[in-house]
Design a protein around this ligand. Structure first.
Ligand code: NAD
Length: 481
């Protein structure tokens, strides 16, 4: 079994707890790596190192252009190792190699983009109404950033935080998910080779209550950048409020994918299928509520079923596999629990609805692609995030009803819209309560475009220029002339 250490102050260390935990391969159900089980004392060391690095001339004294150059070098080094990193992620989270490889190959863009912005963080000279005074603003780093990430796309979600945080001059302590810590540690080996000063990036592995909670509470942490469930997000937000810390929250969703009768049905079917079944439904933006206009409901559902039935489950490393296992055992049980709830609520299971019977999949944590019809928006299956390959179909009559159902959700992460009507394509995004709206496409994302949820789906933005502002604080300086 592979053994990892964590990374604090430029050194590879075991936990002061002396304890370890295991990481499992979801395809085999077997442990493959051993990691240090971090605790509050490790967090103290990591935050102290990050706070020291913030003052250290080796980091603080770098020009913004030099910081940008380091980030671009990191982007290049990551691109060289992208396929290797993708393989590690698959071993930990069971997502398809093709998808993880596409993600790791794309990481370089965040480091180039924010590397390019590092020396374009400009203050202003403000004309003042006070005679004999001069006033200007500076945008400074906020300080030590606690970055806490989930298991579904560890390096992508880490990079969404790390690249803007470092471009702005902060230092970072990461807490990866206890299910998928290995890829971040392999990533750090690359960071180390590129030559970032010790303490600028630290990683403490372990569990939420033992590492995440003391990290958020730590008085020297100035900002918490969190991606994960809304339940954990709420706890972290409360803890951060006690220390008046800044937060970015990227949380869950129950995103509607709305198909109108005038949509190009073939495109819509593909978009709906990949929207919910990609990554076995374990994406925050999963289009888990399919709203279909009644006029085409039966015909569209038939096409959907025909397509979904062909999905090939199997080894996530194989290029032939279309649906891999889910990431961990509690998640498998949670998904199966929601399938039971949907049945008990009276939804009609049209496809799947359990673990696959094929003996070759027996060791893995698989759930069949599952489709429920006859769902109404009050059912738990329509309101709560399942984070698995489970689609709920809700019929609607007209545009008004579609908007009402789409917005009747505690979440507001994303929404999809399928229509050939130009007026509708232009006017409906304004009415949908979602941080991202896709029209005739789904899950398209870029480093250039701000991403983040409304309502219970989060606070703040990642990617694009908005993300850089999340890691800066503004100071006004007055001079009497
Ligand atoms: P989770 O909330 O269980 O855990 C996320 C991270 O928080 C883990 O590292 C965990 O150890 C840590 N944690 C747990 N309790 C903590 C505490 N009390 N204090 C500090 N840290 C704590 O989420 P998960 O199951 O790992 O991930 C799935 C969730 O992530 C889903 O809800 C999904 O929608 C969401 N997600 C959101 C986005 C987005 O960008 N909006 C992207 C990916 C995933």
């Amino acid at each position: 079994m592979q053994q990892y250490r964590m990374y604090i102050d430029g050194r590879w260390v075991e936990s002061l707890s002396g304890e370890w935990f295991e990481s499992f391969n979801p395809y085999t159900g077997q442990p493959w790596a051993r990691l240090p089980r971090g605790n509050g004392a490790d967090v103290d060391c990591a935050v102290a190192a990050a706070a020291r690095a913030l003052r250290d001339p080796a980091w603080r004294g770098l020009t913004a252009s030099a910081r940008g150059e380091l980030l671009r070098r990191l982007g290049d080094a990551l691109a060289d190792q992208a396929d290797f990193l993708a393989g590690i992620e698959v071993r930990d989270n069971g997502k398809l190699y093709a998808e993880m490889r596409a993600q790791t190959r794309y990481l370089r863009q965040w480091y180039y983009y924010y590397g390019g912005l590092a020396d374009k963080i400009e203050g202003a000279v403000i004309p003042t109404d006070k005679a004999g005074h001069f006033n200007y603003t500076r945008h400074e780093p906020v300080g030590v950033v606690a970055a806490i990430i989930p298991w579904n796309s560890p390096l992508l979600l880490a990079s969404w935080k790390l690249a803007p945080a470092l471009a702005a001059g902060n230092t970072v302590v990461f807490k990866p998910s206890e299910y998928t810590s290995a890829s971040l540690l392999e990533f750090v080996r690359i960071v180390e080779r590129v030559g970032f000063p010790p303490g600028v990036l630290n990683v403490v592995t372990g569990f939420g209550a033992e590492v995440g909670a003391p990290l958020v509470e730590h008085p020297q942490v100035a900002k918490v950048a969190f991606t994960g469930s809304d339940q954990t997000g709420r706890q972290i937000y409360q803890a951060a409020a006690r220390g008046m810390k800044r937060v970015t929250m990227e949380l869950g969703g129950k995103s509607p994918n709305i198909v109108f009768a005038d949509a190009r049905q073939e495109n819509a079917v593909k978009g709906v299928i990949s929207g919910i079944f990609a990554a076995s439904g374990q994406t925050c933006v999963a289009g888990s509520r399919l709203l279909v206009q009644r006029a085409i409901h039966d015909e569209f559902v038939d096409q959907l079923l025909a397509f979904a039935r062909k999905a090939r489950l199997g080894d996530p490393m194989s290029p032939d596999t279309q649906v891999g296992p889910v990431t961990n055992l509690p998640q498998l049980e949670k998904i199966l629990g929601y399938i039971d709830i949907a049945r008990a609520e009276g939804a009609e299971c049209l496809l799947g609805g359990g673990r696959p019977g094929a003996p070759e999949l027996g060791q893995g944590w698989f759930v069949e692609p599952t489709i429920f019809a006859g769902v109404n928006n009050r059912m738990r299956i329509a309101r709560e995030e399942v984070f698995g390959p489970v689609l709920s179909i809700i019929p609607f009559e007209d545009e008004e009803e579609a908007v009402a159902i789409a917005n009747d959700s505690p979440y507001g992460l994303a929404a999809g819209l399928w229509t050939e009507d130009l007026r509708r394509a232009l006017s409906l995004p304004d009415r949908l309560e979602a941080g991202t709206v896709w029209v005739n496409t789904y899950r398209t994302m870029s480093y250039l475009t701000p991403f983040g949820g409304f309502k219970q789906s989060g606070l703040g933005k990642e990617s694009g220029q908005d993300a850089l502002r999340e890691y800066l604080r503004t100071k006004s300086v007055w001079l009497s002339t």
